[in-house]
Design a protein around this ligand. Structure first.
Ligand SMILES: Cc1cc2nc3c(=O)[nH]c(=O)nc-3n(C[C@H](O)[C@H](O)[C@H](O)COP(=O)(O)O)c2cc1C
Length: 366
């Protein structure tokens, strides 16, 4: 049977992945309230379609930092993709390239950034960074990303430590022994978790390596060592968005890390309006979290995001059928977005207006 929506890919992946990996990919933090909210909040928004507007020729292309995208969707950084499929990050990035999407490589990838660059030379690539206690580790990653032709650095700012993902603690989740964190030669990144202390194996690695003392001043440091545009990922408040602007970031991703860090934070789409209001004129505002269908993409753009990213949907495509699976998932999502655009009466992204999306409470008043 044809796979016609992201949920279909999710179901296929769930049938194929081992429990350890499946739980790692799908979990959120705490009791997973925000995990559900990331999707639910999109449903609380209503579309206001406009009719009779000639939608015979759609153009959904856009430019981000001067790079041409075929449509406003990219692939968010997700760690350890070879656990999903042997083609791992290269398969995912090649699929992104074919679809004209940006691919963001995680620091915690199972493919090194050089191998990724060689394997997917035609894809627009950004590199996601964590700041290590040992700053020379971070600095070396920056140099390697520059050399390998990555176009931007995405600094994840919502993870000074990792969130409490209950399933990972129960499973004492660690990277399977045949895989390594490929950006660090020979590093297994397992660490021994301690369920009694509420820590999985991966959390043990993170707390031993990542620097929880980082502050906005570290953005100034990062800016001083690179000319690549810096995007901060994990902004949920107008206050932090303003700081991102003050510290010279080129863009930000409104994100709650796929609800994996702290539970009961708002859905990304709920946080978007205050952030766009605060800095939307000056920074490239982007969003990830809970995007599952074309109308989710549309709603994020109508509320001011310049592009959106998907994390888990790409992992589901990859687990289902490697690069081909991601290509198929992206093509389903793109088609769905095109249908949304046409039926709301928009030929280009410039035709999308904030009046086309309202909160459900608007109708409840009637
Ligand atoms: C399995 C998994 C691993 C992730 N690993 C990283 C990571 O290494 N670095 C990072 O900045 N974000 C990471 N994220 C967060 C994603 O970049 C993104 O914010 C999130 O997946 C978006 O939500 P979605 O899965 O609903 O699309 C991860 C998310 C998942 C699901």
């Amino acid at each position: 049977m044809a796979l016609v929506c992201v949920e279909d890919f999710e179901k296929k992946a769930a049938g194929q992945l081992e429990k350890n990996a499946l739980d790692y990919y799908r979990s959120g933090a705490g009791e997973q309230f925000t995990l559900g909210l990331n999707r639910e909040a999109f449903r609380r928004l209503r579309l206001r379609p406009r009719c009779l507007r000639d939608v015979s020729r759609l153009d959904i292309s856009c430019k981000i930092f001067g790079e041409q995208m075929k449509w406003p969707l990219g692939i968010a950084p997700t760690a350890m993709q070879k656990m999903a499929h042997p083609e791992g990050e290269v398969g995912n990035a090649r699929a992104a390239g074919k679809a004209g999407s940006i691919f963001i490589l995680s620091t915690l990838s199972t493919t090194s950034l050089e191998d990724l660059a060689n394997g997917a030379p035609d894809t627009i690539k950004w590199f996601q960074l964590y700041i290590y206690k040992d700053r020379t580790i971070t600095e070396k990653l920056v140099r390697r990303a520059e050399k390998a032709n990555f176009k931007a650095l995405v600094l994840t700012i919502d993870a000074p430590i990792f969130g409490h993902r209950r399933a990972d603690v129960r499973n004492n989740f660690s990277l399977p022994s045949h895989l390594t964190l490929a950006n660090f030669q020979g590093v297994k990144a397992t660490g021994v978790g301690n369920a009694a202390m509420g820590a999985s194996g991966i959390n043990a690695y993170v707390s031993s390596q990542f620097d929880p003392t980082i502050t906005w001043k570290d953005i100034a440091w990062l800016k001083s060592i690179t000319h690549l545009p810096i995007v901060v990922k994990g902004v949920l408040t107008a206050e932090d968005a303003v700081l991102a602007q003050e510290f010279g970031c080129a863009g930000l991703i409104v994100s709650n890390h796929g609800a994996r860090q702290i539970d009961t934070v708002p859905a990304s789409i709920e946080a978007l309006p205050e952030i766009v209001k605060a800095v939307g004129e000056n920074l490239v505002v982007m969003l990830d979290g809970g995007i599952m269908q074309g109308n989710d993409i549309f709603k994020a753009l109508a509320l001011g995001a310049k592009t959106v990213f998907v994390g888990r949907p790409a992992v589901w495509g990859l687990a289902y059928n490697g690069q081909k699976g991601v290509e198929e998932m992206l093509s389903v999502l793109r088609k769905d977005f095109e249908i949304t655009m046409a039926l709301i009466g928009c030929q280009t992204l410039g035709d999308i207006t904030s009046a086309m999306v309202v909160h459900e409470s608007q109708y409840a008043k009637l």
